[in-house]
Design a protein around this ligand. Structure first.
Ligand SMILES: [Zn+2]
Length: 342
């Protein structure tokens, strides 16, 4: 889009102006004119209230801001901070920590952490994306902690009971990369065929050629794919048969996780993978292009703090407090956008 800054410095300067940041976000979201984002409305018959930077829909009589219906909904953080945050996370090769973002934007680490998780939600690949096809490399890897400290290992090595084994368990990540195309990665509970092969069927078109290591988990995939095996106990490359591309992606993931994020809770790992996958798949793009596609991904998604922290062990099992229904009385204007400061 015209007017998108080219560098971080330009972006920071450009978006520092609240008016300009707002105009940019509006144009980016509604290039063909503002349309009501309230559920199922979509009416273009809207009236702009400039003083409050919100629109009133003449169809459903509701009000909305540019943040409504995106991952930014209900956020009190102004666009002047949101847009540079999008820029940073889209373009820093090894990610940015929430501590760094917090300091750069003048918000708390907790706020920055939540902002980044919302941006990661925006970066998440849509389910509408086509399946991988052609030649696809498949592999799985372990993330977090050292292999020798894996649960079970330590117990047997030191003669401990399993109860005294370290609590840090390695998470398993499953990945697929289309040669000359895109990568997909996700956490999986185990490396059994019954887990991996259904994932494979979901993401890779039947009849494609798949390259894997000698893991027996993929044997069942031979029914639907042309499987070529490279036995890593023997060698890593034989002609076209190699999984070097996906291995290369794993090294990017590990560099980011170990170098920048240091301690990622296993239940948040998928979000960090989404971020890495996003940057990897947009690696041919320039900074402005990556920024724009992350921003476009923000539309139609939602991530609340309650949902984000619900899987934390401290909260696990506790019911999430239900959101009280918005009360409307006759003398009150319908849904106010006041809480949504811009
Ligand atoms: Zn409407």
């Amino acid at each position: 889009m015209d007017g998108t800054p080219d560098t971080l410095l330009e972006a920071v300067t450009f978006f520092a102006d609240a008016e300009r940041a707002h105009q940019y976000a509006v144009l980016m979201r509604w290039p063909n004119g503002v349309a009501c984002p309230r559920m199922g409305c979509g009416s273009a018959s809207v009236q702009f209230i400039a003083t409050r930077k919100l629109w009133r829909c003449k169809e459903c009589k509701r009000q909305f801001t540019v943040k409504v219906g995106t991952v930014l909904e209900d956020s009190p953080i102004p666009l002047t901070k949101w847009l540079p945050a999008f820029w940073l996370l889209s373009n820093t090769k090894n990610g940015t920590s929430s501590c760094e973002l917090g300091r750069s934007l003048g918000v708390t680490q907790k706020t920055a952490w939540f902002m980044f998780h919302r941006i990661r939600a925006a970066m998440k690949t849509g389910t509408f994306e086509r399946q991988l096809q052609g030649e696809v490399e498949i592999d799985e890897t372990f993330v977090g902690g050292k292999a020798e400290n894996r649960r079970g290992n330590v117990g047997s090595r030191r003669g401990w009971g399993t109860k005294r084994a370290p609590k840090t368990e390695k998470a398993i990540v499953f990945g697929m990369i289309e040669r000359g195309g895109k990568v997909r990665a996700m956490t999986v509970p185990n490396v059994q065929g019954t887990t991996l092969v259904p994932k494979l069927r979901e993401h890779v078109r039947g009849g494609s050629t798949i390259y894997t290591d000698a893991a027996g988990a993929y044997n069942a995939a031979e029914w639907s794919y042309n499987r070529l095996v490279i036995d890593h106990a023997v060698k890593y490359v034989e002609g076209r048969v190699t999984t070097n591309r996906i291995e290369n992606f794993w090294s990017c993931v590990k560099r980011t996780l170990h170098g920048t994020y240091i301690a990622v809770r296993p239940f948040h790992l998928d979000a960090y993978l989404d971020e890495q996958v996003f940057r990897f798949n947009a690696r041919e793009d320039d900074d402005a292009g990556r920024f724009v596609s992350a921003l476009k991904g923000a539309d139609g998604k939602r991530l609340t703090y309650a949902a984000l922290t619900a899987s934390h062990p401290r909260w696990r099992g506790r019911p999430i407090a239900p959101v009280p229904p918005r009360r409307r009385t006759n003398d009150e204007p319908p849904i106010s956008g006041v809480s949504d400061r811009l």
